[in-house]
Design a protein around this ligand. Structure first.
Ligand code: FAD
Ligand code: NAP
Length: 341
């Protein structure tokens, strides 16, 4: 376990905003956790790759940096393989490694930044696939009871960019590994808009899993700002899910508003469309801006603080609520400091 006093968190969050912590503890083994006092959710914070957080305050306590690595195929039967993966493994490298093992299921989730331990937190999803479709088990350290716990898929309470760990019990569990079930036989999932077309445009009609992964990577590189170049945390807002009736009403007022089915009697609305419609395209203030590439992505043009980015997010949220009567919710975890709880 490595210990650093008064570290800057700037290089540890993809927004690249300045914040400091009292202490930085790098957790490299499960044993490291056993000797630690319980995390105080007001003063401490668990950090993976920092690609889904916004620091609007310093962290007065300890930042626990998850760096527990290791990945192996632990069993194989009936055409499926079970993988146990340390929470500190880089997610995208895991995707590519699994493809090299001849396993499929993760290809649509290629190039999502961050570490494996954070993947269950918001049930990462992209191109029509969510982590929940392949996840079998989450193992975590329960700070509250100082004990190891496991959660099967149902117990994780996965939803759209949501889980038990994000909404109900924020900060209570330190995820140390996850178990995935992947397929030896490739079953392509190409329904998501643009994916099939992109493959077809390259003359690929019956793609392999690696070709799907390569295509997702290419599409993402074309559409999303690279956090290594421009600070961002991907989509800042979730697409709101509303009742079918509300969606119908909104569609009658705004015929161009894209909506998609989202479970029984619910519909998902395009947050990007509503933000564009409110005139936010290319808006910038204090170095915080709406990405010109993607309306859902807020970027740090270099000098923005977490507060500046949060202020912009609030203005956008207010304007969408006023125009559409719809509440936008932020997707990243916003750390506001001990006084804000
Ligand atoms: P962090 O940002 O470090 O942490 C996120 C949250 O999880 C925090 O609340 C943190 O406390 C908690 N946490 C992290 N690790 C642990 C742990 N081991 N135990 C307990 N709690 C933990 N997300 C998607 O779903 N789909 C996408 O397609 C997608 N695309 C993105 C594209 C870009 C350019 C960027 C910058 C982000 C994107 N994201 C996407 C968001 C982000 O990459 C994912 O949510 C990712 O899983 C976050 O991983 P991380 O390790 O960086 O988590
Ligand atoms: P896109 O394809 O331009 O679509 C924009 C939005 O429309 C997405 O948010 C997506 O919702 C929704 N959408 C489009 N087609 C859909 C369909 N057939 N069914 C349901 N919803 C549909 O999206 P993009 O921004 O380039 O991203 C492509 C994929 O990567 C999306 O799945 C997106 O979620 C994911 N992504 C996520 C983040 C993040 O930080 N969370 C960042 C970048 C990309 P969904 O978001 O529900 O898919």
């Amino acid at each position: 376990m490595k210990i650093l006093e008064r570290p800057s968190l700037k290089s540890l969050n993809t927004f690249g905003v300045e914040a400091s912590a009292g202490l930085l503890l790098t957790i490299e083994t499960e044993e490291d956790l056993l000797s630690l006092p319980a995390l105080d959710p007001y003063r401490d914070f668990v950090l993976g790759g920092g690609s889904n957080v916004l620091f609007t305050s310093d962290v007065p306590g300890t930042v626990f940096l998850n760096r527990i690595t290791g990945k192996e195929i632990i069993s194989e039967h009936d055409g499926y393989a079970q993988l146990e993966v340390g929470a500190g493994e880089n997610w995208h490298q895991l995707v590519r490694w699994s493809l090299d093992q001849g396993l499929s299921g993760l290809e649509n989730l290629s190039l999502i930044p961050g570490l494996t331990g954070a993947a269950p937190i918001q049930n990462i999803g992209a191109y029509g696939v969510e982590l929940s479709s392949v996840l079998e088990l989450v193992t975590a350290w329960d700070w509250q009871n100082s004990t190891w716990v496991t959660f099967n898929r149902d117990e994780c309470l996965f939803g759209y960019r949501d889980s038990l760990f994000k909404s109900v019990n924020t900060g209570r569990y330190f995820i140390t590994s996850i178990r995935l079930q992947l397929n030896r036989q490739f079953k392509p999932q190409l329904d998501y808009a643009g994916l099939q077309d992109s493959l077809s445009s390259m003359g690929i009609d019956q793609p392999g899993a690696k070709q799907v992964s390569d295509t997702v990577i290419r599409m993402r590189q074309q559409k999303l700002p690279d956090p290594a170049v421009t600070g961002n945390a991907g989509s800042f807002f979730k697409n709101p899910v509303v009742s079918m009736d509300e969606a119908e009403l909104l569609r009658s007022r705004y015929p161009g508003l894209p909506t998609w089915p989202a479970g029984a009697d619910r519909a998902k609305l395009s947050a990007a469309w509503m933000i564009d419609r409110c005139g936010w395209k290319d808006f910038q203030e204090n170095g915080a801006a709406v990405s010109s590439q993607h309306a859902l992505v807020l970027v740090n043009q270099g000098q923005a603080s977490g507060q500046h980015i949060l202020e912009l997010a609030r203005k956008i949220t207010d304007s969408v609520a006023q125009e559409f009567g719809v509440a936008l919710e932020p997707e990243p975890k916003i750390y506001k400091g001990p006084d804000s709880f």
